[in-house]
Design a binder for this molecule. Structure first.
Ligand code: APR
Length: 186
């Protein structure tokens, strides 16, 4: 039987795709940013490159207004030139071995992003695999936290979201998330 790459959670479809998140046409895409919100390498760099200077301009205004973005929190800006109307910037934890609150902080990054999307009445949002690149979070552990957090949110919160997509860049990450979703859907 085909392994699940999507499940329905109440009215919302939760699915996995392999690809480049900057090409997604969901209402919002989520950026795995850092606290400075200045754009860097990885998915953060790709989003700023594809979206153009309007995103960085708004990020600067946010930091001027409220300071650096703490780990586990999220803010929203324009999507600039992207197909997505908005970018939700969140900061995942740096992996220090798992004993420094990393799972809770990673869960918070997903939850706060979903809350923002719901507050803005968005119907669709795409996530990358937060923290599993430069920040070194082991992918299998991160996948379990990510999927479980989204699933729990969709089960328990009232939300406008009809579609949540994980856009995984490489085949190994995609496969790891697929196995984690399969486990979770059992
Ligand atoms: N689309 C989807 N996923 C992508 C893309 C893309 N275009 N580019 C990279 N990725 C994937 C990576 O392969 C990895 O699986 O995103 C995942 C997260 O990796 P990082 O971008 O390194 O994010 P993270 O581990 O959270 O580290 C954040 O890196 O880019 C900097 O400014 C960012 O300092 C921050 C840190």
């Amino acid at each position: 039987m085909e392994k699940p790459t999507e499940i329905m959670v109440k009215q919302t479809r939760l699915s996995l795709a392999q690809g480049d998140i900057t090409r997604q046409n969901t209402d919002a895409i989520v950026n795995a940013a850092n606290s400075s919100l200045m754009g860097d390498s990885g998915v953060d760099g790709a989003i700023h490159r594809a979206g153009g200077p309007a995103i960085l301009e708004e990020c600067k205004q946010i930091v001027a207004r409220q300071g650096r973005l703490p780990t586990g929190r999220a803010v929203i800006t324009t999507g600039g030139n992207l197909k997505a109307k908005y970018v939700i910037h969140t900061v995942g934890p740096v992996w220090h071995g798992g004993g420094q609150g990393e799972p809770e902080l990673l869960a918070s990054a997903y939850r706060e992003s979903l809350k923002l999307a719901s507050q803005r009445n968005l119907t669709s949002v795409s996530f990358p695999s937060i923290s599993t690149g430069a920040y070194g979070y082991p992918v299998a552990d991160a996948a379990r936290v990510a999927l479980k957090t989204v699933l729990t949110f969709l089960q328990n919160e009232t939300t406008s979201l009809k579609e949540v997509v994980f856009v995984l860049y490489d085949a190994r990450t995609y496969e790891t998330y697929r196995v984690a979703l399969e486990e979770l859907a059992k």
